[in-house]
Ligand binder design. Structure first.
Ligand code: COA
Length: 264
């Protein structure tokens, strides 16, 4: 598929970089952009050569400034409902990718942009980034999972405050409330994000996949059930060649070479 709205490249050692590329519209998500992100997810699942995915925005101003507002006047209620479902389905697919996904937020991260970032495993942000769910100012509400993921990430009261006021917060405030994992100077953000992505690409993919699955599935259940999920995954990961390699490398005082694969 030839892309019009995004750029997708795979760097060594298996770091996929997906750049939303509509800088004139502050990288707003139109239906075509959603389709192209969906195609990248297909590729990552099918090819198996991407070990970590990084998502960022083109230009210096925005990560993604929301769903494309120019699409809204032509939508009726049913089309709006289907548009919300389309975004939600896409972000569920992204969230469930078996590889780590890092949002590299270089500027405005609003509405659908914040919802996209929250569907990633964690968010790194430039100190110039701004976060918010400003849909209220258009007389509408978030539709790509924002009310739900934000409340789960930062708590119900803070999520209500952000969605009801529509006000933007700084990267530092977003870090303080647990929305953002790390904040970097703008000119170092991509480089630092790629450094972490490269480090993750060299870890055991089976262990990373298990951590992601157990944390995501565990937050929705009671503590005992979550710990049971963890114990099961711990046992399964123990059967991996990477587990043998990691433990042996430690004991032999050398760097582990993780290759994937199971022994049983
Ligand atoms: N959808 C479509 N186009 C958008 C957009 C969006 N979500 N956000 C920005 N743009 C467009 C603007 O219309 C403008 O286009 P133009 O140059 O053809 O007029 C261009 O991107 C630059 O934006 P502009 O508003 O001029 O930049 P700014 O620096 O003055 O303001 C924002 C930046 C992010 C504060 C402002 O663009 C904004 O409020 N955007 C909408 C955010 C939003 O409500 N998102 C949720 C949507 S559901």
């Amino acid at each position: 598929m030839a892309y019009e709205n995004i750029i997708f490249e795979v760097k060594d050692p298996g770091v996929g970089l997906l750049t939303i590329n509509r800088p004139k519209a502050l990288n707003a998500l139109n239906p075509g952009t959603l389709d192209e992100i969906n195609d990248v997810i297909d590729t990552v699942e099918r090819e198996g050569n991407v070990r970590v995915l990084v998502i960022t925005g083109a230009g210096e101003k925005a990560f993604v400034a929301g769903a494309d507002i120019t699409e809204f006047p032509k939508m009726n209620a049913l089309e709006a409902y289907l548009f919300a479902l389309k975004g939600q389905k896409l972000f569920f697919r992204l969230e469930q990718l078996p590889v780590p996904v890092i949002a590299c937020v270089n500027g405005f991260c609003l509405g659908g942009g914040c919802e996209l970032a929250m569907s990633c495993d964690f968010i790194f942000a430039s100190e110039k980034a701004k976060f918010g769910q400003p849909e209220i100012n258009l007389g509408i509400i978030p539709g790509f999972g924002g009310t739900q993921r934000l409340a789960r990430l930062v708590g119900r009261a803070k999520a209500k405050e952000l969605c009801m006021t529509g006000e933007m917060i700084s990267a530092e405030e977003a870090r303080a409330i647990g929305l953002v994992a790390r904040v970097f100077p703008a000119d170092q953000l991509l480089e630092e994000t790629l450094k972490v992505a490269t480090a993750l690409a060299q870890k055991s993919q089976i262990a990373l996949r298990s951590i992601k699955k157990v944390i995501d599935e565990g937050v929705g259940v009671d503590l005992r059930s979550g710990c049971e999920l963890e114990a099961n995954a711990f046992g399964l990961v123990f059967t991996s060649e990477d587990a043998r390699e990691g433990v042996n490398a430690f004991l032999e005082k050398r760097k582990a070479q993780f290759k994937g694969g199971f022994t049983a």
